[in-house]
Design a protein around this ligand. Sequence first.
Ligand SMILES: [Zn+2]
Length: 306
Amino acid sequence: MLCIPFVSHPNYSFNFPAKHRFPMDKFGLLQQRVRDLGLLTDDNLYTPSSCSAADLSVAHCPHYIRNFDLDELDVKAMRRMGLPWSEGLRTRTFLSPNGTLLAAELALEHGIACHLAGGTHHAHYEFGSGFCIFNDLAYAARKIILMGKARRILIFDCDVHQGDGTAAILQQDDDIYTCSVHCEKNFPHRKSTSNFDVGLSKGLSDSAYLDRVSETLAHCFTTFQPDFVLYDAGVDVWQHDPLGLLDISLDGIRRRERRVLNYCKDKRVPVATVIGGGYDKNQVALAQRHCIVAEVAHEVFVQGAN
Ligand SMILES: [Zn+2]
């Protein structure tokens, strides 16, 4: 393999209120960071097309899709979603689920692909929550199964927050296994039940965390025997993330990505990564953290490092 397939879109970042807690500029900054490191050129950049409402209905209630599309969600639903509606938000929201689907298809072809966005795991069947509107993980996993491109999909979610929306949407799907490794004290307070949940204690640091991640991934492989993995590489596990409560260093994040990606590679199971959560007023620094998974993908799958 000469280069990692990366998925992004120029409309992922758009003109967004600078004071808002959600770092909407990070997607554009991340794409730039991956380019600056020489990992991305126009030759290995793939851009998704917009999802239709019919596409999204594999994972979401048609009324909810319609109400978001037309900016007709009520105040309570908007507050729970946590993002102000705009044309720019609408555009990126209909693109990103197909970005994860495209990364999944590319990974199934090449062994690895990275979506430089995605991981909106708090989105439920009929409402948005915690900055998440449509659930790209549930959507892409179901589409891949429907397309017959994989038979048993593991969603391995290492964002610091539980993947409650993903777990709830996919509760009845026997061919998709949801696993969330999160900090128990973090949002959401009311957790869903994934196929396998690991609720970590507050303040956990690198060594114990990495052991839990490794043993959990091995448990998922032994129990479920996936033929495809969707990996949420959230960096809000970082020790100074304002919305996380773990004590994971930058090196700890890098080692986590090495463990997860090497494990999938060794098992010859294709893996697509999404960036998940990560928060910082300094969005350049944040983009550098989100870039770690792209760097490690290159290191493991292009350079063949262990
Ligand atoms: Zn998160």
